[in-house]
Design a protein around this ligand. Sequence first.
Ligand code: ADP
Length: 227
Amino acid sequence: MSQPILHMHDIGRTYRQAESELRVLSGAQLALWPGESVALIAPSGAGKSTLLHLAGLLERPDEGEIYIGDLPTANLDDAERTRLRRLEIGFVYQFHHLLPEFSARENVMLPQMIRGLSRKVAHQRADEVLVYLGLGDRLTHRPAELSGGEQQRVAIARAIANSPRLLLADEPTGNLDPRTADHVFDALTHIIRVTGLAALVATHNLELAARMDRRVTLREGQVVELD
Ligand code: ADP
């Protein structure tokens, strides 16, 4: 039986500030299935980053449970959460965050070596993924020698280098011109289809969101389907 890769169940998250409390998520539910791409479209301040950070096990909810596959994560300790994040979850941000002194290939090798793979295996896999994303002639370039779209494709390659089951992206094309955004988005949706990973992508770009399987927004702390 197939099951969701990510299941956020009854999630509550409140930020406590000096004088006040801000309830960002309240009873939020979200399930992502293998091979499914979901666009998260909501105004600034609605809680998109909070939802992505929770899904990525970077923050803990105040209420509810987050399952990665069939594994509940609320009671895992930090080391177990980090391990799960490294193995199962890839992140793509608005700004690529590539390491400037390393080549494209090395940037994609690093997360694999941190995971414990040999240099040789990581090298081979990095080249495979970068070639797949159309960067075969950019393997030894450093980020500064790459265009914005190329940098973002390297960031996607890095995110999927460890074959995660879940990809989380926060405005991955927000920093690119429309044509380049289109190109990077194609690469992203292609990867989702062929690998069967599930992706949650926060974006303001409605045209790109329309090309994903589902669209959701955040309303009064809950995840609501659009369309
Ligand atoms: P979005 O990504 O949709 O812009 P966020 O998830 O970043 O929204 O933030 C949702 C709300 O929570 C905002 O009002 C923001 O100011 C607030 N917020 C986010 N992180 C914190 C924090 N660490 N402490 C206090 N308030 C926060």
